[in-house]
Write a protein that binds this ligand. Structure first.
Ligand code: SF4
Length: 115
């Protein structure tokens, strides 16, 4: 008997997005904690993680477009702004559809609002 598509839900595998949160730019291992269940809905789990860490001068357009449709974008951005985007003191990568420069501006704005 030929298996019918969509009749069986795939077993919960290790969420590929976990790798994104457990590795830093270009796959360097980081000691980050898992962010929570929301990461299971991350659209970047289905894409090339390198798109979220473009080389200097490279385009982040694809990552930002995918982020724009991601259902957990707010959670992702909050997580990034909490410091998860920081690698050895430097914010990196596209998180919640934002660049490190955009998040730096957000952090300054939050700091100013809190003062
Ligand atoms: S907003 Fe972007 S970086 Fe964040 S989880 Fe979604 S696809 Fe990934």
């Amino acid at each position: 008997m030929t298996p019918q598509p969509h009749t069986r839900r795939p077993a919960p595998a290790r969420n590929p997005d976990t790798a994104r949160f457990l590795t830093g730019p270009k796959g360097r291992t980081a000691a980050l904690t898992l962010p929570g269940r929301w990461a299971e809905q991350a659209l970047c789990a289905q894409a090339d993680p390198d798109a979220w860490y473009p080389d200097k001068g490279g385009s982040s357009a694809i990552a930002r477009r995918i982020c724009g449709a991601c259902p957990v974008r707010p959670q992702c951005l909050d997580y990034a702004l909490s410091g998860a985007d920081t690698w050895h003191g430097i914010a990196t990568g596209i998180w919640g559809g934002t660049t490190p420069r955009e998040r730096a501006a957000m952090r300054r704005a939050r700091k100013a609002a809190a003062a």
